[in-house]
Design a protein around this ligand. Structure first.
Ligand code: 9D3
Length: 249
């Protein structure tokens, strides 16, 4: 995969793509990431990338010309999915990461505490993505988030493919609690079932705990889940348990 990022702050990306799993994916050539400074695509003396909004009001607006110039240069003949990161975009989701992981090339356009001239949207018809309903200083961290979530899905990037398979549930269920050594820490024991060696019992316990966690913290996720035949009765049990607990708490 090839990823091109257009930004006013290329320095923000240095380091982030050299570390950890993404760093290894870059080093092994599974992905190529190019960072482009939007300012280099200006042609005036002052290298102007933004201007005041027509109609007045606070803030600045990213001019269309440098963005179109950057895209012309980057895209060339190749087909690439163009993404604009902005608070107006669709909220990002694992399903979107899975879809983007199938692309050959991505171009991500970042703004920085300002809006884009609407003709960037009208002309490029980009996919527009938001990281959620909170205000950031720019699209750089969202761009990093998208790259991180997509690159780890590329074949051979995550060592254990099982961790990715399990994520088909991730959209609908939270993780179960995990423990490692020691068996007792600050008088807190590891649940006996996990030390029992009974894999069937462990599986059921983990499912129950995952469902319990999800019901308590993210009931919105469970509404979406089409519960499997084997999960259904366990879910009903957990639901009763959580409900009765809720009454005297
Ligand atoms: C919604 C705030 N806008 C009011 C006129 C101004 C504005 C603030 C901050 C416009 C852009 C930004 C910079 N943010 C992003 O570029 C951004 C973002 C975000 O702030 N929150 C969640 N996801 C994203 S993706 C890009």
């Amino acid at each position: 995969m090839r990823v091109d990022i257009i930004t006013l702050f290329p320095g923000m990306f240095r380091g982030i793509f050299q570390e950890s799993m993404i760093g290894r994916a870059v080093a092994s050539g599974k992905v190529t990431i190019n960072i482009h400074n939007l300012r280099t695509y200006t042609s005036d003396r002052h290298r102007t990338v933004d201007d005041i909004p027509f109609g007045g009001g606070p803030g600045m607006v990213i001019k269309p010309e440098p963005v179109f110039e950057a895209l012309k240069d980057i895209k060339g003949r190749r087909k690439a999915k163009v993404i604009l990161v902005s608070p107006q975009g669709r909220p990002y989701h694992q399903k979107c990461a899975l879809a983007l992981a199938k692309e050959k090339a991505l171009v991500i356009i970042c703004g920085h505490y300002e809006g884009f001239d609407e003709r960037i949207r009208r002309g490029l018809k980009p996919m527009e993505i938001s990281m959620g309903d909170y205000v950031l200083t720019g699209g750089e961290i969202p761009a990093m988030t998208i790259v991180d979530s997509v690159v780890r899905l590329l074949p051979g990037v995550v060592g254990d493919p099982e961790s990715i398979e399990n994520e088909s549930f991730m959209n609908s269920r939270l993780d179960f609690p995990q423990y490692t050594r020691p068996r007792v820490y600050k008088k807190m024991n590891v649940p006996d079932v996990l030390l029992s060696g009974n894999h069937k019992e462990i599986k059921v316990w983990r499912l129950r705990e995952a469902l319990k966690n999800t019901l308590k913290r993210r009931p919105d996720l469970l509404n979406k889940e089409k519960l499997g035949k084997s999960v259904r009765p366990i879910f009903e049990e957990v639901l009763k348990e959580v409900k009765s607990h809720g009454q005297h708490k």
